[in-house]
Design a protein around this ligand. Structure first.
Ligand code: MSP
Length: 631
């Protein structure tokens, strides 16, 4: 039996349009899937849509559609998006499909029959938008700890999964299997969560409150809790209980790629569900970080939700995919900005990789009529460098540390560029006795490009294929990561630049495309969100305050921004004494041009409300760290 490398993404909710965050996980999974296929492994790459629950029902109602119409439409939007993003998933699961709902019902019945699911009366707090129950101690300031919204007190009959009893072994398992939950910071987070008593999990919702779900086979007044249903997609799609051969080839998953917000559901709910069903656990659950947009949370109300299709159209699909995987260490939070996007494309792709390809092909065309010469010797440094890069790349993809894998590619480009500079082929070409050396330099550079092509193909599939054609190779056949795979005698094909440089004019167009602003608003005196975004508002703690000699109004303050301490001169001496200010949390404009007031330098400004001349400083109500972005 051949085992397949099983790679999953979360299944996405269908309440809204897909955005950058959805594309992030899916492109990461695609990178991995394509890499393993290129290495000759059999892969099963799954993504899909999570279509039950209140969110889908409410979104449909808001549009006056039936829930079925709504989910069909949005699921199709996701499927279409993956085609546009060149995502090579092998299957797409929808939780409303019969192949899935059947499995959910079977599992529920099985656990119920064994007494692992029991009936009880639940009394406590419920967050309607998140569809989650919370205990008193979970609440934050009386609100939902996840979304901060109001919770409702409810008392109702429900069904519970005996999750709590799994706590001891789960802790042991996570401790023993170092990589099960990755990266390490997330693993610690889960272990921290498991220090508190683990409760049983409410897995039902009464139809009277929400009927859009999988009906419980043992009580037709109830549907399954959406997460219990959704997590089972990872086994229903590969054929659990419907195709034993397929299922045994695919399960357990090689990796579940998820975002950090859905770590508990995967590492705790899912692990205990599997254990109870007697199924092996996945090899790894990897939680990545979140993207902010130009320093702010991505949200509809801020009008900064990034549409991935627009970005791909503006800068090209491959560069966009590359940026997503290269820009931010996988596992950490990152910030999306057009500035970063353009700079990454120009520096790595246009200047480095693109130029290297172009100069190598031009030299082969000029000195050898476009035919790849036969080598006579091997440039050892280049060979070792390329083979080592390929090895490192492979080991980074095991983690997976996509950014590091791509760093290897760029370092190899640097190495080849340096090799060409040192070898000075333009001089060798002038000396007949150096002809063999010239052959070696040209072959070596082209062969190193084959290595580079092999490494970029999984993240930039079109570019990888183009590069193969340019090197006169057969499309799709990358050869091995051992030196010497490129066939001499093949004709290279030079063409347009692989990655045109993005100039300032084009950058402006990209900004307009990704963040369209309402022109008419400017005329009406209103400002666009971009204007608001220019102000870097941060929380800060006042650590020192003193009067400024000869000034009635000014105080000299030192504020702690978390990442640095700053001196700010503020005109608040008539409203506050220095003593009462120390320790206060305020909000400052952190990117104000420095100025001198009464000869004292000031680097920032405090926010205050003016109540007929008496100023009242604006600050955070809760005790928060300095340096937090104020949204
Ligand atoms: N339906 C559940 C998952 C069920 S899996 C059995 C769900 N769906 S979701 O559509 O809300 O989110 C899916 C993924 O998108 C999550 O992994 C989440 O982390 C990711 N992202 C949503 N916003 C994001 C960013 N701003 N940045 C990066 N990823 C983010 O949760």
């Amino acid at each position: 039996m051949t085992k397949r490398i099983y790679i999953t993404t979360p299944i996405y909710y269908v309440n809204d349009k897909p955005h950058l965050g959805h594309v992030y996980t899916t492109v990461a999974a695609d990178f991995l899937a394509r890499y393993h296929r290129l290495e000759g492994r059999d892969v099963f790459f799954l993504t899909g849509t999570d279509e039950h629950g209140q969110k889908a029902e409410q979104a449909a109602q808001a549009k006056g559609q039936s829930t079925k119409e709504h989910v069909d439409f949005h699921s199709a939007v996701f499927q279409d998006l993956w085609k546009k993003m060149n995502v090579s998933n092998d299957d797409f699961i929808r939780t409303t499909e019969e192949r899935h709902t059947k499995v959910v019902q079977n599992v529920l019945q099985h656990l119920f029959d064994r007494g692992e699911i029991y009936e009880d009366v639940y009394e406590g707090w419920y967050c309607v938008p998140d569809e989650r129950f919370w205990t008193e101690k979970d609440l934050m300031d009386g609100n939902c700890p996840e979304c901060g919204r109001k919770v409702e007190r409810i008392k109702e009959k429900n069904y519970f999964f005996r999750m709590g009893k799994h706590q001891p072994w789960l802790i042991e398992y996570i401790k023993k299997h170092e990589n099960y939950i990755s990266p390490p910071a997330r693993r610690n987070e889960v272990l921290g969560f498991l220090k508190k008593k683990l409760d049983d999990l409410c897995i039902s919702r009464p139809k009277s409150r929400m009927a859009w779900g999988v009906e419980l086979p043992f009580d037709s007044d109830y549907v399954s809790y959406v997460w219990f249903d959704a997590l089972l997609n990872y086994i229903s799609a590969p054929g659990y209980q419907s195709d034993d051969k397929s299922f045994s080839e695919i399960w357990p998953a090689h990796i579940h790629l998820i975002g950090k917000d859905i770590l508990t559901t995967h590492s705790v709910y899912w692990s205990t569900m599997l254990k109870d069903m007697g199924l092996p656990l996945p090899q790894k659950i990897f939680a990545h970080g979140w993207w902010t947009i130009e320093g702010r949370k991505m949200s509809k109300s801020l009008g900064n939700v990034v549409d991935p299709v627009t970005v791909a159209e503006a800068v090209g699909l491959d560069p966009f995919r590359y940026f997503l995987m290269r820009e931010v260490p996988f596992g950490m939070d990152g910030d999306f900005s057009v500035e970063a996007l353009v700079s990454r494309i120009n520096v790595d792709l246009a200047n480095n990789l693109g130029n290297l390809v172009s100069r190598t092909l031009k030299m082969i065309a000029k000195y050898r009529g476009g035919s790849i010469p036969s080598p006579h010797g091997v440039p050892e440094n280049l060979k070792t460098g390329a083979e080592q890069a390929a090895k490192n790349y492979a080991s980074h993809l095991e983690t997976p540390a996509f950014h590091k894998a791509l760093e290897e590619v760029i370092s190899l480009c640097d190495l080849v560029n340096g090799f060409i500079m040192e070898s000075e082929p333009w001089k060798l070409a002038k000396d007949e006795s150096k002809s063999e050396r010239l052959d070696d330099v040209l072959y070596g550079s082209a062969e190193a490009l084959r290595f580079i092509g092999r490494m970029i193909a999984p993240i930039m599939p079109d570019t990888g294929a183009k590069l193969q054609v340019m090197l006169g190779m057969e499309e799709g056949v990358h050869g091995s990561p051992e030196w010497g795979g490129l066939a001499p005698g093949r004709q290279v094909k030079d063409g347009d630049a692989l990655f045109p440089r993005i100039d300032d004019k084009k950058k402006e167009e990209i900004i307009k495309a990704i963040f369209p602003t309402g022109e008419d608003k400017e005329e009406s005196g209103l400002i666009a969100i971009e204007d608001v975004r220019k102000i870097d508002l941060r929380t800060a703690k006042i650590v020192k305050a003193e009067r400024i000699e000869k000034s009635k109004k000014l105080l000299k303050l030192i504020v702690d921004l978390g990442f640095e301490k700053r001196q700010i001169v503020a005109g608040i001496a008539e409203s506050y004494s220095p003593e009462e200010l120390v320790g206060k949390q305020v909000v400052v404009v952190a990117n104000l041009r420095p100025a001198k007031l009464m000869g004292v330098e000031s680097k920032g400004m405090l926010l205050a409300a003016d109540n007929a001349g008496k100023l009242s400083l604006i600050g955070a109500i809760n005790d928060v760290n300095g340096g937090l972005k104020v949204l």
